[in-house]
Design a protein around this ligand. Sequence first.
Ligand SMILES: NC(=O)c1ccc[n+]([C@@H]2O[C@H](COP(=O)([O-])OP(=O)(O)OC[C@H]3O[C@@H](n4cnc5c(N)ncnc54)[C@H](O)[C@@H]3O)[C@@H](O)[C@H]2O)c1
Ligand SMILES: [Zn+2]
Length: 698
Amino acid sequence: MEGMTTTSAVPFVLPDAAAYAQAVADARRASAAYYEGGTSTLDDDAYDRLVRAITVYETEHPDEVLADSPSGKVAGGAVEGDVPHTVPMLSLDNVFSDEEFTTWSASLERRIGREVASWNVQPKLDGLAIAARYEGGRLARLVTRGDGTAGEDVSHAAGTIEGLPAELTEPVTLEVRGEVLMTTAQFEYANEVRTEHGGDPFANPRNAAAGTLRAKDRAYTVPMTFFGYGLLALPGTDEALAARLAEEAHGALMDRTAALGINTPASTDVPGVVLTSVEQVLERVEAIAALRADLPFGIDGIVVKADLAADQATAGSGTRAPRWAVAFKLPAVEKITRLLAVEWNVGRTGIIAPRAVLEPVELDGSTVTYATLHNPADITRRGLRLGDQVMVYKAGDIIPRIEAPVAHLRTGEEQEIVFPAECPQCGSGIDTSEQRWRCERGRNCHVVASISYAAGRDQLDIEGLGQTRVVQLVEAGLVESLPDLFDRLTREQLLGLERMGETSTDNLMAALERAKTQPLSRVLCALGVRGTGRSMSRRIARHFATMDNIRAADAEAMQRVDGIGAEKAPVIVAELAELAAQIDRLAAAGLSMTEPGATPPPAEGTEETDAAADAGPLAGMKVVVTGAMTGPLEKLSRNQMNELIERAGGKSSGSVSKNTSLVVAGEGAGSKRAKAEDLGIRLATPDEFAEMVAGLLD
Ligand SMILES: NC(=O)c1ccc[n+]([C@@H]2O[C@H](COP(=O)([O-])OP(=O)(O)OC[C@H]3O[C@@H](n4cnc5c(N)ncnc54)[C@H](O)[C@@H]3O)[C@@H](O)[C@H]2O)c1
Ligand SMILES: [Zn+2]
C-alpha cells in the first residue's frame, strides 16, 4: 500500500488509538457497502485517504493493529463468501506516477532475477471482479471475488451480463475472470428503471453494478457488461488444455478468451497490448489516460502485467496482490459534493437549460462548480433535490455531470427542485411539450432579453423601457432588434399600444433621445458583445476612442486592450463583424460613436506604445492557474483569475507546457502542479501571486 501516498491532496493523521479504531470501523463499513450494495458514504478518494491514515498509524504503532483492519487484505477484509476459489482472486498494488512504476518494475525484475521480457498493458475497468465457470462450454456458475479465497454465488445474474455468453464457441471446461460493469448508457438506463420502480438511484456505475449483481428477484432486469482478463483451468478441465492455459502468455490467453466468444478489452478503443520496454509501457499508459473521458465505460487506471507465464510464476503473489502486475492509478474523476442550486439559462434559440451549482470540488485538476443537467426530465430521472450530496463526474475536457444523488446521505432537509413556471429570461410562458423546454417566444426571447439588457441602467439607461414594455413591443412586432428603437419605432405606434398614454409615450420618446448622448462605452455594452461586460466595454472604448477604430481592429489590435487575451480577442472581433449592420444603423440614428476624453491609439506602423499591455507585473508572462484560490483571490472565479492575469499584462493559459512562465497552484492542485515541477517551472501560492498583482486587486 506504499503507493497510496501520492494521490490524495489532504492527508490526515489519526491522533490516538480511539481515532484509529473509529477509522478502522468506518473503513470497514464503507468497504462492505462498496462491495455489497453500492451505498458507501465515501467517495474513493476519501476512502483511500482513510486507509492511508490507518496504514500510517499502524506503521507507527505495530502492536496496536486491530484484527479487522483493512490494510493488506482483499476488499479490505470486509466481505466474505462461501464458494471457494481454486486460485485466489487478488487485488492489485497501485502506482501513481511514472517514477513509481519504474521503481516497481525494477523491483520485480530484481525479484525474478531477469528482465521482464514483455508487458501486457490493459485498461483497469471500474467495476467488480467476477469468476465465470464454464462446464463443457456452458456457463455453470458465477462467483464474486469475496475475500479473495471464497466468493459469493451470483449465478442468478447470468443472462443479464453482456459479453458473458451462456455457451462458448467450444465445449471446454474452464474459468474466465474479468470485470462486470455498467457502461454509461447501461447506468443511465438502470437509474431510469430503478427510480420508475420507486427505488433510489445508484450514485455511480460501479455502485450500480455492485448492487445489481447481488440483487435477486427484482421486478425488472438491467443489463451489465463483462470484460474478461483472465483464463484458468478448473478441476474438470481437460489435461492438455490445462497445461496450455498454465503456459501461455497473458496476451495469448486474452486472444483465446475472445475466440471463445467472451468480451475483452480488445473490442474497445483501449485494447490490451503487449510491449517490450518500460518507456513503451509509460507511453501506452498516457495514451489510455488521454482516451479515458471518451470511453463509454469507466476506467480508474491501467493494469500492467508481466506477459509471460514464466515471469508470473517466478514472481508469485502476496496475500493481497500478485507481484507480477500493478495498477497504474489515474486521478479520481468522481467525487461527492453538494448540490447547492439549479440555475435556468436561456439559450439564443429560447431553449431553457438547467445547470447545477455545486459546492466547489477539485476534480481531475480543476475546480468544478457547475454541472450539466440537460433538461428537467433529467432532473426528475435522477431524483435530485437541492442540498443533496451528489456524485460528480469530470474527466479531461468534458463538461462535468452529476451521476446521481447519494441517496442514503440524505438528512431530510433536502428541498424539491422548483422548475420555472415562466421563462427566466423574458417572463413568457414555457413550451414543455418536448424534453428540452423552450421559451414560448423562441428566438424572440433573446430579442426581449437583449433589448431589456440594452435599455438597462448600466447601458443606455432608457427610462420607461422595462421588461414588460419590451415584451409588448416585441410581441406587437414593432421591435426586432436594438436599432429598431431608434430608427423604426414611431410615436404613433407607441400610442397605439395598450397602457400607453400621451405622457408615457412622450417620456419614452425623450428617454430614447437622451440615450443617443450616452458615451461609446455604453453603446458598446448595450450591444451585448459576447465576452465583454461593463468594464471591458469601457476599456475597449477608452483604448480605441471611436467606434470606427474599434471596428477597424483585428484580433491582434484587439489584444492590445488591457485584459483581452489571445482567446477573447478573435471572439470579440467576430462578434463586432456580425453586429456591423446594427452598428451602422445605430450610428445613422445618431447614437454617440465616440468616447469622451479618450485618445485613439497611435496609427499602424508607428512604434507600439500601449503602456498598459507592455508593462504590468506579469508583462510577457504565460500564467496557468490550478487548484483552489485562497486569501485575497478566494472569491475569484477561474475566469476572473484569467482576466486578472491579462490585466496585469500576462497571458493566461489552461495547460502547462515548457512555454509556461508561472503556475499559480492553490490547494488541491494536481497534475498541472506536478507537470510544472517536472518541467522546473516557477510555482507561486495564491498568496504569493496576490502580492505580485497587488496593485490590480480591488
Ligand atoms: N468508496 C468506498 O467506500 C470504497 C470502499 C472500498 C474500496 N474502495 C475503492 O476500491 C479500491 C480498491 O479496490 P480493490 O481491492 O477492488 O482493488 P482495485 O480496484 O484497486 O484493483 C484490483 C481489481 O482491479 C480489477 N481490474 C480491472 N481491470 C483489470 C484488468 N484489466 N486486469 C486485472 N484486474 C482488473 C479487478 O477487479 C481487481 O480485483 C480503492 O481504490 C478504493 O478507493 C472504495
Ligand atoms: Zn423567454
